[in-house]
Design a protein. Sequence first.
Length: 264
Amino acid sequence: MNALTDRIADIKGGATKAGGFGVRMFFPPLCAGCRRIVAAPGTLCGECWPSIRFLERPWCEVMGTPFSHDMGEGFLSAEAIANPPPFARARAAVSYDGVARRMVQGLKYSDRTDLAPWMAGWMARAGAELLADADVIVPIPLHRRRFLWRRFNQSAELARALARRADKPFEPAALARVKITRQQVGLGLSEREANVRGAFRVPPEADIKVRGRHVLLVDDVYTTGATVVAAARALKRGGAAAIDVLTFARVLPGGFRPDQPATI
């Protein structure tokens, strides 16, 4: 299935290059945020660009949440101290609001897989250290029933684009979702944790792909962390030597509202 997906992408890319001006004339590049016509694919228009909040240093070295001012090298957030995660580091490219939210929802719910390479470019910038240390890149998996219904996994699209960019092994089958879970949308923190508890495992045939390796776990949005925490614990049980987490967007502390329809 992955080979077929890659082949289709290659064909599309070849057709685009062959069409040149004709393709751009009939299918002009659109803003990734609002779909206005822009100069180049994967860019934002002048109105959308200022509303993107890129997450920059200074930040918590573990959770990747930004600080309002520099707290000194090695300073950790209250979240990292009070509830140490099973992963070493988490990073995200942007804050999950406004245009970034629309991009995530376009990728996830509107089949905008064309956005994945551009989103992955921002992720690569935010997670450069994580990518450099990674031995293998693993996406948060969908359950096979949901995959058949949706036809693609948005986390895998991002992870595939990252792997190509960084020339790292992409292993979508290294982690399996073995429990059918409810959609996390609308669930509170404790409900999210219960929903994904025991949902992941490393299949026996995939043991060699993660055991003793530094795994970069990829997802689209870090909301409460319940999903990546459950997945990281499964990877640890599968023998991973270390785990980092890289997402496109992050709901910043204080920004999570389970009653908000747009909260993923």
